[in-house]
Write a protein that binds this ligand. Sequence first.
Ligand SMILES: NC(=O)c1ccc[n+]([C@@H]2O[C@H](COP(=O)([O-])OP(=O)(O)OC[C@H]3O[C@@H](n4cnc5c(N)ncnc54)[C@H](OP(=O)(O)O)[C@@H]3O)[C@@H](O)[C@H]2O)c1
Length: 323
Amino acid sequence: MSMQILRSEVILEKYGKALAGKTVLITGVSNESIAGELAVQLAAVDPKLLILSARAESKVTPIINKIKESKPNVATRFLNIELGDMSAIRNAVENDLADIPKIDHVVCVAAVMACPYAKTKDGFESQFGVNYLANFLLVKLLLPKVQAAGASSSVIIVASSAVRGGKINLDDIGFSNGETYEGWAAYGQSNVARVMFAKRLGEKLKSQGIRVFSIDPGAVSTGLQKHVTTEFRAQIEKWRETGGSLTDADGVKYEMPPWTSRSEGAATMITGMIDPTITDFTGSFLKQNAVADEELHSQVRDEQLWTRLWEMSEGFIGEKYSL
Ligand SMILES: NC(=O)c1ccc[n+]([C@@H]2O[C@H](COP(=O)([O-])OP(=O)(O)OC[C@H]3O[C@@H](n4cnc5c(N)ncnc54)[C@H](OP(=O)(O)O)[C@@H]3O)[C@@H](O)[C@H]2O)c1
């Protein structure tokens, strides 16, 4: 179980049979995204249905076309969700998925990174709202369908190595209504929230055999970098060349992840979904196809904060998980 950058094909070759006949829902699908690549990769192992979510059908069409070409027998469906709008999430689950009784794997991949300050339709800082809170609501609403699929189903929450430098401030989650907002700090915070959510959800679902993992897909050139300035990009490349000079929130040094392909980015998500050797580590943070909890700084491991975040989030969505 050592960390290794591997292509999706390698993981699927080993464990992909487990996905035959299954229904998988993926958010953040586009032709440029890791989620789009994940969909194409999964199609190769004959799932029954791939539910591909984005906030515009045009994002998903190229991926559906690719799958139609390579695997015409795999059913696909576009699911329209604007993740910055809780009513859209509710509408999608209640209406558009009403005919789907079971979903074996839910893979929450969509995100926005280091964007200018904005609020979701419901008034949350947009990175917290889209990258984390939308998943908290979506997973809550989908859980009966995942439970109907039974043991070995999974909930995958994609996060980032940004969890390492990130801190969460539960006393001021919205950056004083934007006054103290900084795009990278908000991206870090949203990733701390994603990892903490997976930790607590993993614990709660362990007895039911439902797998939960948060994932760092590694560095992949995608649509995600659209808000990264040229200066910052140059700085990142310099860090990479000099072996990295980053420190996490506890002051521990770590290196910039190397650039990898989309297939390599999607691989750790597939590991989370089906690798049988990590089942007992449900709730964990995965990186390079292995459990990487030792990389999490002390705030992310603070279980009291998991509880506070969970309860706050239930308040924000106005619903409680029945777990
Ligand atoms: N790429 C990397 O190097 C890297 C590294 C670490 C972690 N990650 C994580 O990996 C995941 C995938 O990112 P990616 O690199 O594939 O980025 P990407 O190409 O930008 O894909 C993200 C997708 O999320 C969608 N999205 C954003 N806001 C949305 C909203 N409000 N409602 C619905 N969909 C929305 C985007 O759609 P629109 O085009 O409509 O905005 C886009 O298709 C993210 O969770 C990211 O945090 C990526």
